[in-house]
Write a protein that binds this ligand. Structure first.
Ligand SMILES: [Zn+2]
Length: 182
């Protein structure tokens, strides 16, 4: 084993809570997952930091430049690699129109604080699954703890996207028919 794999294995194996010598592929995979999640969170944190500050944001109400209050306000985000604390700028409108964290929009981070990728997966799961089983399945399949109410909202998001796509497709077909009639 290379040193990296050796360290990965030992950390992951210890982190998975397993004892003794592994004998099956499932045990190997759980150990790899246990290690990969914190590694993945660090990668996300580093990539976010590398993205740098956004252009100076303006108030949505009066278009005045926002006044920075905190350059690194933390937000706990649930993603495919688990919960992570990300930091982004927090600003207020000088005219009193409220506060803003523009990075949230750039990240496509919604009010549920679930990353877009995980939100899509959870939403699809919620669409296909009886309501009372969603949180249990999300934990078992995706390894994340999300309450049923959040899953319902995410499913609605997936549903509205699908509906918009369906309407666009129908409109395209209708337009094609009209064009074909000429
Ligand atoms: Zn304003």
């Amino acid at each position: 084993m290379t040193q990296l794999v050796q360290e990965t294995w030992e950390t992951g194996w210890a982190g998975s809570g397993a004892t003794g010598v592994p004998t099956d592929l499932g045990a190997f995979e759980r150990a790899v997952e246990a290690f990969g999640r914190p590694l993945g969170r660090q990668v996300v944190t580093d990539l976010v930091a590398a993205g740098g500050p956004a252009a100076r944001p303006r108030c949505a109400g009066c278009r005045a430049p926002l006044r920075g209050v905190d350059p690194a306000r933390p937000v706990t985000v649930t993603g495919v690699v688990g919960d992570d604390v990300l930091r982004r700028s927090y600003s207020v409108c000088p005219a009193g129109h409220g506060s803003a964290t523009p990075a949230d929009a750039a990240w496509r981070l919604g009010p549920d604080r679930v990353t877009p990728t995980l939100a899509e997966r959870l939403g699809r799961l919620a669409v296909e699954t009886p309501f009372d089983r969603e949180p249990t399945l999300a934990q078992a399949l995706l390894g994340v703890a999300v309450d049923g109410e959040t899953l319902r909202r995410l499913a609605e998001g997936v549903g509205s996207v699908a509906e918009a796509a369906e309407q666009a497709a129908q409109a395209a077909v209708a337009a094609g028919r009209l064009d074909g009639g000429h």
